[in-house]
Design a protein around this ligand. Structure first.
Ligand SMILES: CC(C)(COP(=O)(O)OP(=O)(O)OC[C@H]1O[C@@H](n2cnc3c(N)ncnc32)[C@H](O)[C@@H]1OP(=O)(O)O)[C@@H](O)C(=O)NCCC(=O)NCCS
Length: 191
């Protein structure tokens, strides 16, 4: 298993990982989000995990802001993360997160935010951001899903609202949207 910075020749393989991991329309949206993040944030940290020359996992960290009372703080957003289904539960996702956080720490990034399952991310140092004085960028993000990790450059005055880059809004990749009955195939229950 090798872990390295994504290269341009990986783009198709990375897209395939996201399509297979997320599936359906959401998979396609994530592929578009990744393309846009590469374009909009050339300094984004994009790592791939390789097995026998095949890309099997991908993680991306890109710029975001924290609107703190004293000043805007450059922070990072962890999204997306995916491991191809047949390679899941072998520690690949965890390794990608750990490697990314280490590189961001070395770059002096103070805070990394994400939306995700606390059952997974709490093992990797993330905790509920609301408990540390941070505010969600959308009411559609459940409190428990809004998570943060504080790195070496973090200072206690760094509190406030997390602000996604425009790219996440452009692709409507913030929070959860309501699922209509039609979409999940739920009947009215009266027939
Ligand atoms: C989430 C994901 C990246 C994890 O990658 P992975 O390489 O399988 O993860 P790891 O091997 O490091 O960790 C596996 C452990 O995490 C758990 N886990 C995986 N996804 C989880 C989730 N959504 N919630 C809680 N636990 C989760 C597994 O149960 C496993 O625990 P166990 O070994 O105790 O059974 C991968 O499952 C995936 O690509 N999922 C689809 C895309 C996705 O949801 N991405 C994250 C949101 S951006």
């Amino acid at each position: 298993m090798a872990l390295r910075i994504e290269q341009t020749h990986d783009f198709d393989a990375v897209g395939a990982v996201h399509r297979s991991a997320f599936g359906g329309e959401h998979g396609s949206t994530v592929v578009q989000l990744v393309d846009a993040l590469r374009r909009d944030d050339p300094a984004a940290l994009s790592l791939v995990s390789e097995e026998a020359d095949d890309v099997v996992g991908h993680i991306m960290f890109s710029r975001a802001l924290l609107d703190a009372p004293r000043q805007l703080v450059m922070v990072q957003s962890l999204s997306p993360l995916a491991v191809a289904p047949r390679w899941q539960r072998q520690g690949i996702g965890s390794d990608l997160i750990r490697a990314g956080l280490q590189q961001l720490d070395e770059r002096g990034v103070p805070l990394v935010f994400l939306e995700g399952d606390p059952g997974y991310y709490s093992r990797l140092g993330f905790s509920p951001a609301v408990e540390h004085g941070f505010r969600k960028p959308s009411l559609r993000i459940p409190d428990v899903a809004f998570q943060v990790v504080r790195l070496s450059a973090y200072e206690p005055w760094m509190a406030g609202t997390f602000v996604y880059s425009n790219t996440f809004w452009q692709f409507d990749c913030v929070g959860l949207r309501e699922v209509t009955h039609d979409e999940v195939g739920v009947s009215s229950g009266t027939e």
